[in-house]
Design a protein around this ligand. Structure first.
Ligand code: F6R
Length: 605
């Protein structure tokens, strides 16, 4: 999704803007641009494709200037093209934008009547001309705030001005934005990760904030044009740096480090001496929770679906799950006896944030499970449970998924123990089993050679189906999601028991069907569903921990995963599915870290 950088300095800024834009590449984008103030004028350069292409343009034709803004664009209004790339500039101002302006068509008509000529099809250009217009009659902060008043939708903005040539302005409503404090220069950025190589002193903007950066100061204003003070945070030094190491790409690194990230997470939450889980200051007494509502998007939603089974199994608490983009627009009956849990790797997903915001406005208790502890979702929720997975750069979520599952499992057993719905003995046994999980993940990762062979079968297919029951059903959904986003194949995840109600019609000779059949209480039933698939010509890939040379000679491949408690099988079932998607995409020469059309941090709805 779009990313913003701004720098006000006492030296040329273009090379630092380019380096910081490269840090935002993980978000997914289709074009890039930069604007600086050079000899008193706005100097704008932009292109389609990668930041590398922009860098080449700058190499041939440098942008001098001690102050500037940069942008990576993920197209919403208007195709990816040079003219639609940001910044969007007039003679007077240059603007970069992350978000969507919902009333841009009306605003555009008014501005055209005033004689402004639009070059692009973007919603952003209206901001450029609105501001240009208002600057004729108002001072800087008033003109910015009056512009923002006219905008419906969500935005984070970076703006530079011909007239105010030492100032970068930032503004936020709905989309994330941070400022960073450096020696002799100051920064604006979509996230702290982009600024981390330059500073660890950060302030996050809240909705409605406007900030004004010069080389040696940063000021904040509210929507009434009054100065406000904001807290400066010192970012932690993350040992787990965003570096590929010896891996070919981030995705393979992130899949392979799951044993370690699981260990880190377990060590953060489990008190090994007392055999207990450290969870203090919980926002609601577990004994008083009447219902749990789990909310997320995409892969994070699949972790919510998995956790529903755990909470229902271990506790007597009714559980609902919801996709954030649906939850936020429904007529919800809120109750302060319920616990609303938000799951998000980035902590910046616009729909999840909006759903959380709705809960906050209804005064109910919220908890977030995030990877990015400085994120907007973490900051807004009453209670934060980090997953401690380290930066996840590959667009497809892998280690963050297993991290989310871990924290949800830990939460489910702790809440159930406090409520006395599982006894001490069961509780301690579950903790003991959990401690063995990192080693089991490591063992499961050894299936890579087998999965590479299986992946070849997916090169000649139009699509694939993933089936599971119970805890394996959400994992089937996750396997299908991973395959579709990376390989661009049509993939469906289904509860195996639903096949006869329609999807069985899809089975034809040679269609790959991945069957998740752990040796749990659903095993026999899933195997019956598998036989129905085989009888209709489906090419079955069976993933199971039942090791006695299973059942049918017509299975194309059987992949064996290690034994563990039934409740922990989702962790081990997930690994081969992540690898499958990875290898199919690699065989198709896709960019596994940046699949087409997708963004890592979905900051627009
Ligand atoms: C899929 C994937 C997405 C994200 C979703 C939510 O591999 O990564 O489906 O899970 O966009 O993102 P977060 O977790 O950042 O809220």
């Amino acid at each position: 999704m779009c990313g913003i950088i701004g720098i006000a300095s006492n030296k040329s800024v273009s090379s630092n803007i380019i380096q910081s834009l490269k840090k935002l590449e993980y978000r997914g984008y289709d074009s890039a641009g930069i604007a600086t103030i050079k000899d008193g004028f706005i100097d704008e350069k932009k292109c389609t494709g990668r930041v590398d292409s922009l860098e080449k343009i700058l190499f041939k034709n440098p942008s001098a200037g001690f102050l500037g803004i940069g942008h990576v664009r993920w197209a919403t209004h208007g195709v990816p093209s040079q003219v639609n790339a940001h910044p969007h500039s007039s003679e007077e101002v240059s603007v970069v934008h992350n978000g969507i302006i919902e009333n841009s068509s009306e605003l555009k008509k008014d501005l055209e009547k005033k004689g402004y000529k639009f070059k692009s099809q973007t919603d952003t250009e209206v901001i450029t001309f609105l501001l240009t217009d208002l600057l004729k009659n108002f001072d800087l902060i008033k003109a910015v705030n009056k512009t923002l008043e006219k905008l419906n939708g969500s935005f984070a903005l970076g703006i530079i001005f011909k007239k105010y040539k030492d100032i970068v302005v930032g503004a936020r409503r709905g989309s994330p934005l941070a400022v960073g404090y450096g020696p002799d220069e100051n920064y604006l950025g979509s996230d702290s990760y982009a600024l981390k190589s330059m500073t660890n002193k950060i302030t996050y903007l809240d909705d409605g904030d406007v900030c004004l950066l010069t080389q040696n100061k940063i000021e904040f204003y509210n929507s009434n044009n009054k100065k406000v003070n904001k807290e400066i945070l010192t970012l932690s030094n993350d040992k787990n740096t965003a570096d590929k190491g010896t891996y070919k790409d981030f995705m393979s690194k992130e899949i392979n480090e799951q044993s370690q990230t699981a260990k880190n997470c377990i060590n953060e939450y489990i008190d090994h001496l007392r055999k207990d889980i450290n969870l203090y200051n919980f926002p609601i007494k577990p004994q008083e929770i009447k219902k749990i509502i789990l909310i997320g998007c995409g892969t994070a939603y699949h972790s919510c679906l998995t956790a529903k089974y755990w909470f229902e199994e271990f506790s007597n608490i009714p559980v609902e799950t919801d996709v954030a983009s649906e939850f936020r627009y429904r007529k919800i009956k809120f109750s302060n006896k319920n616990l609303y849990i938000f799951v998000s790797q980035s902590g910046e997903t616009a729909d999840t944030f909006a759903a959380l915001d709705m809960c906050k406005k209804n005064n109910v208790k919220t908890c977030s499970i995030v990877n990015t502890v400085e994120s907007s979702i973490a900051r807004l929720s009453d209670f934060v449970l980090p997953i401690h997975a380290g930066p996840e750069i590959g667009v497809a979520s892998t280690k963050a998924f297993t991290g989310q599952l871990l924290v949800l499992f830990i939460l489910a057993i702790k809440i159930s123990q406090i409520r006395k719905e599982i006894n001490e003995n069961t509780y301690i046994k579950k903790i003991d089993k959990l401690k063995k999980l990192p080693d089991l993940i490591k063992k499961t990762l050894k299936c890579q050679d087998e999965v590479q062979i299986i992946a070849k079968d997916f090169l000649s297919t139009k699509g694939a189906i993933f089936l599971g029951r119970g805890l394996s059903f959400p994992i089937a959904l996750e396997g299908a999601l991973k395959l579709k986003e990376l390989s661009y194949l049509h993939a469906e995840g289904y509860p195996a028991g639903e096949m006869k109600h329609g999807p069985l019609a899809l089975i034809e000779e040679g269609l790959p069907v991945v069957i998740l059949a752990p040796n749990d209480r659903y095993f026999e039933k899933t195997i019956s569903n598998m036989q129905e698939v085989i009888a209709r010509g489906g090419k079955v890939i069976l993933i199971s921990n039942k090791n006695n040379n299973i059942i049918s000679e017509n299975i194309r491949f059987t992949l064996e995963v290690p034994q563990t408690d039934d409740y922990l099988m989702p962790f081990l079932m997930t690994i081969p599915l992540q690898l499958l998607a990875y290898y199919v995409a690699s065989l198709k020469n896709h960019d596994v870290d940046k699949p087409r059309n997708l963004a890592k941090s979905v900051t627009v709805e």
